[in-house]
Design a protein around this ligand. Structure first.
Ligand SMILES: C[S@@+](CC[C@H](N)C(=O)[O-])C[C@H]1O[C@@H](n2cnc3c(N)ncnc32)[C@H](O)[C@@H]1O
Length: 434
């Protein structure tokens, strides 16, 4: 059974690409029958107009319904197909086209594409023919010609007999919810770059596993939207866990407890005092969750002395001998006058400025989830600085100037007054926990 495709357009000259390569051969084999039809040929009004001004005012022209209606009716009356045609309107307002949709359309007998132009098509065409709006992505093109060719290409290559054995549509990107693994061909070394040894090994099982891992990693790295719904087998989960062990090395997480600028109960900007509990508890939580360094942000010089004395007691003094675990945790803590100073220290010591992550008990529209942020850190690597606020929370400018704002920690009820130490532990567990 051959698939009939009619494309309605004002620019029939734009379809040369469908007369090349695989699509051309599919036509020659009678697997598909593609007709490009000029909508202008169905403009029976006095001036053969195909577009007109927009009702309701506004810039641009809209394609008139009558010529399109006549053209579709003409095709319908001439099509000797058992199944009624499926009418596709290419539009940036449509459902995003996908491989899944391509497979679906490849099962049809007759497709009619209506290519819009200018401001688009009079919406009554869609209503009259229950047209399906399809978009090829979140961008706006000058016309529907390229989108219709993209969709036709993706559909026709899936028709039985179109793809030779040079490519298999069953095993490619999106076929199992993942992106395909990278490919290599001769020479085995090019510009100093070698083909991965496993591909030269002839060991089919190891090649299969390598390819599967590459597909998993590529999808995880490049397409978090696909990754979210990817059907993972036990083997996939094991392969990813092995990889994730290594990615932790890709990024560093730092924590900072901010004593200034923060708010008091009346939302006045204040400088809070340092507490020993905050020092110990957040230092221990930070160390438990693999944080590189824990900074205490405190501009009051007098408090510096107190903090240094306490840290030295546990790092160098009696405390260090009495409790080596505490020494370990406090060795990773440091003092700074401001968040800016912390960022500068991290750039200097760890080679790159950190992305700043703010925390707050209040939700912000641009708030990021824990899984999402964790994914970003693992995928993108780099340095990340997690800010916790004492008092009634971080001052607004710190939050606005941060790269990410984490969603608040919520309990089941209304009550939401966690101590900063508890919040820090919960947040670190969500970001770094197993
Ligand atoms: C300039 S666009 C009209 C855009 C329309 N005013 C809007 O904002 O949604 C003209 C025509 O190009 C086609 N087109 C533009 N971008 C597209 C996309 N991303 N996917 C599918 N078709 C697109 C449609 O056929 C559309 O009617």
């Amino acid at each position: 059974m051959s698939l009939r495709i009619d494309i309605l357009t004002l620019f029939p000259g734009m379809f040369a690409p469908l007369k090349e390569s695989i699509i051309k051969r599919a036509g020659e084999k009678g697997i598909v029958d593609i007709n490009v039809i000029n909508i202008r040929d169905f403009a029976f009004n006095k001036h053969r107009m195909v577009d007109d001004l927009v009702y309701g005012g506004g810039a641009g022209m809209v394609m008139k319904p009558e010529p399109i209606y006549e053209a579709v009716q003409h095709i319908k009356s001439s099509a000797a197909k058992a199944m009624p045609p499926r009418i596709i309107i290419t539009s940036p307002q449509g459902e995003i086209f996908s491989q899944k949709k391509a497979w679906e359309l490849s099962k049809e007998e007759h497709l009619i594409f209506i290519c819009g132009h200018y401001e688009g098509i009079d919406d009554r065409v869609r209503v009259l023919f229950q047209g399906e709006e399809l978009s090829i992505g979140d961008f706006v093109l000058t016309g529907g010609e390229l989108p219709s060719m993209v969709i036709v290409d993706a559909v026709v290559r899936l028709l039985p007999g179109v793809l030779g054995d040079e490519v298999s549509a069953e095993e490619e990107s999106f076929s199992d919810g993942l992106l395909e693994y990278p490919h290599y061909t001769r020479p085995a070394e090019f510009q100093g770059l070698k083909v991965p040894d496993v591909l030269l090994s002839g060991n089919h099982e190891e090649i299969r596993i390598w390819r599967r891992k590459q597909s998993l990693l590529k999808t995880w790295k490049n397409r978090p939207d696909l990754w979210k719904n990817a059907p993972l087998s036990q083997e996939d989960i094991k392969l990813m866990a092995e990889h994730k062990k290594t990615v932790r090395e890709n990024y560093r997480l730092f924590t900072a407890l901010v004593h200034y600028p923060v708010y008091n109960k009346k939302r006045e900007v204040i400088n809070t005092s340092f507490t020993n509990l905050d020092l110990h508890d957040i230092a221990r939580a930070s160390t438990t969750y693999g944080v590189e360094k824990y900074f205490l942000v405190q501009p009051i010089k007098a408090q510096h002395e107190l903090i240094h004395t306490l840290i030295n007691h546990w790092v160098k003094g009696y405390g260090a001998r009495y409790n080596p675990d505490r020494k370990h945790a406090l060795t990773k803590s440091a003092l700074a006058d401001s968040v800016e100073e912390v960022k500068a220290k991290i750039s200097e010591e760890y080679g790159a400025a950190p992305k700043v992550i703010s925390t707050a008990a209040k939700a912000y529209p641009q708030g990021v989830g824990y899984g999402e942020l964790r994914d970003i850190m693992e995928r993108k690597g780099g340095n990340y600085l997690l800010l916790f606020g004492t008092g009634w929370g971080l001052e607004q400018s710190l939050i606005e100037n941060s790269d990410f704002i984490l969603k608040p920690v919520y309990g089941p009820g209304e009550y939401n007054h966690l101590s900063v130490r508890s919040a820090a532990s919960i947040i670190l567990d969500r970001l770094q926990g197993e």
